[in-house]
Ligand binder design. Structure first.
Ligand code: SAM
Length: 290
């Protein structure tokens, strides 16, 4: 049963980290004219009201995007991300927060394509409505994104960003991330894959990185932002992270500048911290075409 609704969490510290990186990856792909696909296996509703409904209940955005909204000292990459959020709020009041597909729609060019998957019937309907006017460039499917990914790879242009952003409420998501990536990399070794994960005190969450680091890929980057110490009772999310497979080489340097700033701005206690690591292998032989 699907109970997760992203609207409760829209604009929180985890969205800030995820969408900051998504924007940087899209900017990188846009440096060449050649078309690319943006594939979002867990797209959510596409856009969220912050001043009413689910997002207003716990107001998680107050510890996320709100803390950056009025800053005039943002590092460039964060300023880019915040200005995209401001673009969808025409009166500059923070009322709406874009989901991952809306950041992509905002940036993608005529030649690029969006392929969006969302399984929750209510969010999938909102997503369809949000993107109804976009024509064939955008395809929204009410379907299992893990299962659908394989058939889309490789995309015709051989260029793509795949965002994999499951809720992890079902423990199977941990296993399915690894198998979807394994299949994806076999078919399309050179794609850029970005995987979000929550920092939780649960064994599957801790094992996930080790499994991700063992995937047969030439290079990866891992970044994580902990906004507070893990809860003593063992519950709750104290931060989140992203693995990017085949990252642009510039991303590490950008995050070296951004992450200390994000820790300072988004810290909820003195234990806030970040991890930034990368791996590059010249000897890996499992990926044809690299
Ligand atoms: N990527 C979105 C963003 O950044 O704005 C947020 C996505 S939210 C973390 C995860 C979404 O995945 C939820 O809306 C949930 O309903 C949906 N979902 C769960 N399992 C799914 C599956 N197997 N395939 C597609 N969507 C799924």
């Amino acid at each position: 049963m699907l109970s997760y609704r992203h609207a409760f969490h829209a604009g929180n510290h985890a969205d800030v980290l995820k969408h900051l990186i998504e924007v940087q990856l899209l900017r990188h792909l846009m440096q060449k004219d050649k078309p690319f696909w943006y594939i979002d296996t867990h797209a959510g509703a596409g856009c969220y009201a912050l001043d009413r409904g689910f997002a207003a209940q716990n107001a998680e955005y107050e510890n996320g995007i709100s803390r950056l909204w009025d800053r005039d000292d943002l590092p460039d990459a964060l300023a880019d991300y915040v200005s995209l959020v401001k673009d969808i709020n025409p009166d500059k009041q923070m009322k709406l927060y874009p989901g991952s597909p809306l950041f992509a729609l905002h940036l993608l060019r005529e030649q690029d394509r969006l392929r969006l998957f969302e399984l929750h019937p209510a969010d999938s309907e909102i997503l369809q409505q949000n993107f109804a006017a976009e024509g064939a460039r955008v395809q929204v499917q009410s379907a299992d994104g893990f299962g659908a990914l394989k058939a889309l790879l490789p995309p015709p242009s051989r260029r793509a960003l795949v965002l994999i952003d499951p809720p992890y409420e079902d423990k199977q998501d941990y296993r399915r991330v690894i198998s979807a990536l394994g299949e994806g990399l076999k078919r399309f070794a050179n794609g850029i894959y970005a995987v979000w994960y929550p920092q939780l005190q649960r064994i599957e969450a801790k094992q996930l990185h080790e499994q991700l680091k063992r995937l047969p890929v030439k290079s990866w980057l891992h970044v994580a932002l902990s906004v507070q110490a893990p809860d003593k009772s063992g519950f709750g999310m104290h931060g989140s992270g992203m693995f990017v497979f085949n990252p642009p080489w510039t991303l590490y340097g950008i995050l070296q500048e951004v992450m200390p700033y994000l820790v300072r701005q988004l810290a909820q206690d003195a234990q806030a911290s970040f991890i930034l690591e990368k791996h590059e292998s010249n000897s890996h032989s499992g990926n044809p075409g690299q």
